[in-house]
Design a protein around this ligand. Structure first.
Ligand SMILES: [Zn+2]
Length: 365
């Protein structure tokens, strides 16, 4: 239960840390966003991360993601990975990254499991080892320890404790864990975006070392990357039978900024860019969309906007609505009701998306 600092309404659907309600974010963004920005700054300060993307005109440019940091001498980029030391960017590189990984037996609970080769056998025999779920095979889940967004409800917020630690891992060390029973590699986090040069290099090495057999390259991302890097992701996933899973977090730009700290414009543009390629390999689907149903903030109106956008690109793009669990700076929020989730599902179908489902059904109340 919290009160909106603008309209004074009290509700369990208002986040205490965010401090503003959905209506005020939509109708009075000029007043609401500065309050949201304060919440983002607090949440980043707590982990020693830059409170906003550095914009030093004399600073070193980093063009990996939408934030386009200009990093001052001795400063760190927004994601926390790259430091300007004497005019050189240090920290991570295409050879060294900040990440951890584990094997997950297939079928696993990835965002694409209901349509992907590992979960369903889609694309068999070219892209899957079996005509059903790939039992006996494994996914190599690669968790990157940094992000280009700052979602106040982050479902994997613990990575922030690792971002600034002085350690790195090599491409070779990661790839040496791709064994014969690994049929897919999925990059997530955090987000793969800030470390795409590393992920692309690791993927190429893994594919080279596993020539002649199925090894799919998959991604779960906020979609905020530089489009040159995105094109390389598309190439790898298209040819390997992998999928690119975009989390479309909010339709309204102001709401997106309030929840994630960042614009949604690059993400939507990039989603369309991958969407141009979906007909090249319809099965298994190259592109999959998801949206977390954040109570009080992501409502039917948001889902309609996102669904209309997806349908306009390709109505066959699978769309997963994910049930919320209270985490991080929105740990005071309730779970999503079945009725609300079903309303969103119907709304997405009405807007023309053919394949919609609700994930994490066990979290609905
Ligand atoms: Zn309000």
């Amino acid at each position: 239960m919290a009160q909106c600092k603008l309209c004074n309404i009290t509700s369990s659907y208002i986040s205490k840390e965010l401090g503003v309600c959905l209506k005020c974010i939509r109708e009075k963004p000029g007043d609401a966003l500065p309050l949201a920005t304060q919440a983002h700054r607090r949440s980043r300060f707590a982990f020693g991360l830059p409170e906003s993307p550095p914009e030093d005109p004399q600073g070193l440019p980093c063009n990996v993601c939408v934030n386009k940091c200009r990093i001052p001498e001795n400063g760190v980029g927004y994601c926390g990975l790259r430091k300007n030391e004497g005019g050189r960017l240090t920290g991570v590189s295409p050879e060294e990254g900040k990440l951890s990984w584990y094997h997950d037996p297939l079928p696993t609970n990835c965002v694409g499991d209901w349509v992907c080769p590992g979960g369903t056998g889609a694309g068999y025999p070219e892209y899957a080892y079996s005509s059903g779920p790939e039992v006996g095979y494994k996914n190599l889940a690669v968790f990157f320890h940094a992000c280009s967004f700052n979602c106040l409800y982050c479902q994997n917020w613990h990575f922030r404790r690792e971002t600034l630690r002085p350690y790195t891992t090599s491409v070779e060390k990661l790839v040496s864990d791709v064994d014969k029973k690994t049929s897919c590699i999925c990059y997530f986090g955090g987000d793969p975006t800030p470390q795409l040069p590393f992920a692309l290099k690791a993927s190429r090495l893994a594919l080279e070392q596993n020539k002649g057999r199925i090894l799919r390259i998959c991604w779960e991302t906020n979609g905020s990357m530089n489009e040159v890097l995105l094109d390389k992701m598309i190439e790898l996933s298209l040819s390997s039978g992998g999928c690119i899973k975009f989390d479309l977090k909010a339709w309204d730009e102001n709401l997106h900024v309030a929840l994630t700290g960042t614009t949604n414009k690059r993400t939507l543009k990039n989603f369309s860019r991958v969407g141009e390629k979906t007909k090249i390999r319809p099965i298994p689907p190259l592109l999959i969309a998801s949206t977390l149903l954040v109570p009080g903030y992501i409502d039917e109106k948001e889902i309609r906007g996102i669904a209309r956008f997806i349908a306009s690109i390709d109505p066959d793009i699978p769309y997963s609505l994910l049930a919320f669990y209270p985490h991080f700076y929105m740990s005071d929020m309730p779970l999503i009701t079945k009725a609300l989730a079903m309303g969103c599902l119907r709304a997405a179908q009405e807007e023309g998306v053919k394949n919609v489902r609700i994930g994490n059904v066990h979290l609905l109340v």
